[in-house]
Design a protein around this ligand. Structure first.
Ligand SMILES: NCc1[nH]cc(CCC(=O)O)c1CC(=O)O
Length: 308
């Protein structure tokens, strides 16, 4: 076996300790081990994991899941942090970079329900669990009669609350269920045109300190360029809209047969007064500049259509 360059002594991955976070960290560990590197995990609990009783949008949003991991990188206790890209703030703090985006898992939202096979089959007034404002506004547009109730906790907790009968159905990311071997719980994966996914959904991103050029070069070998460009366009929509957990925003980019990148985006009024705004745009996206410009164009179209 040949190794390009010297193998780094031991790469430490900082990770949250939920089953999904550990799966994701172990996935990256395995990819790096295949390339001849020694890799260990440093598990840690983040503020986002501790605050389980409130909606994330009320307590400070996406950054909550990544700050403690960044501190470990800052202090040299760990080398890399593996994140669900969806949870990574659009602009990382000074001194940190996204070193790569891996091949994306299923980006769709999924309906999970013990008794009902699809959204259409839910009875009038059925209770659906989700704490994502994006899912709330999209569900409300599809089925205004449903009672949408907050649902927090890691994947296992959410499924337990469903199985205990607190909800008739819940909506989760298909990617998390598939990674944990829970694909059989999915009743339907929503067509992205019906339930438009969040920017970055299903993708993993690896964060490092900007000065770790050794790691940046090594991690480039794990990246999936097409998924990275597509998610970069999606994240540019959020960045341009000033998106956070408190803004119901969806952005999903797909490569077209002609090689162009098509992006669909939706914005909902958090108060539920304005109608859902939905747009799409398409352009070549051969590099990050073009992908970013496409995302910004999509954001401008959203604003033109009434999003704010
Ligand atoms: N916000 C929590 C979160 N962050 C990433 C995933 C799932 C996996 C992914 O999208 O990569 C989930 C759970 C969910 O939305 O159901």
């Amino acid at each position: 076996m040949y190794f390009l360059g010297a193998a780094l002594s031991n790469i430490v991955i900082a990770t949250r300790e939920s089953r999904l976070a550990l799966w994701q960290a172990e996935h990256v560990q395995a990819l790096l081990q295949e390339r001849g590197h020694a890799v260990s995990l440093l598990g840690m609990t983040t503020r986002g994991d501790q605050i389980l009783d409130k909606s994330l949008s009320k307590v400070g949003g996406k950054g909550l899941f990544v700050k403690e991991l960044e501190l470990a990188l800052e202090e040299g206790r760990a080398d890399i942090a593996v994140h669900s890209l969806k949870d990574v703030p659009m602009d990382l703090p000074e001194g940190f970079v996204l070193a790569c985006v891996l091949e994306r898992e299923d980006p769709r939202d999924a309906l999970v329900s013990p008794r009902h096979a699809s959204l259409d089959e839910l009875p009038r007034g059925a209770v659906v669990g989700t704490s994502s404002l994006r899912r709330v506004v999209l569900l409300r547009a599809l089925r205004p009669d449903l009672r949408i109730e907050p649902l927090r906790g890691n994947l296992d907790t959410r499924l337990r609350k469903l199985d205990e009968g607190q909800y008739d159905a819940i909506v989760l990311a298909a990617a998390g269920l598939k990674r944990l071997g829970l694909e059989h719980r999915i009743r339907v994966a929503f067509d992205p045109d019906t339930m438009l996914p969040a920017a970055g959904q299903g993708a993993l991103g690896i964060e490092v300190r900007a000065d770790r050029t050794d790691l940046i070069a090594l991690l480039a070998t794990l990246s999936h360029p097409r998924d990275w460009l597509a998610t970069a366009a999606e994240r540019a929509v959020s960045r341009s809209m000033g998106g956070s957990c408190s803004m119901p925003l969806a952005a999903h980019a797909r490569w077209q047969a002609d090689g162009a990148l098509r992006i669909d985006a939706a914005w909902g009024d958090p108060e539920g007064h304005a109608a859902l705004v939905r747009i799409h745009a398409q352009a070549p996206a051969a590099d990050f500049a073009q992908a970013g410009a496409l995302g910004e164009r999509a954001a401008a179209l959203l604003r033109d259509a009434g999003a704010h």
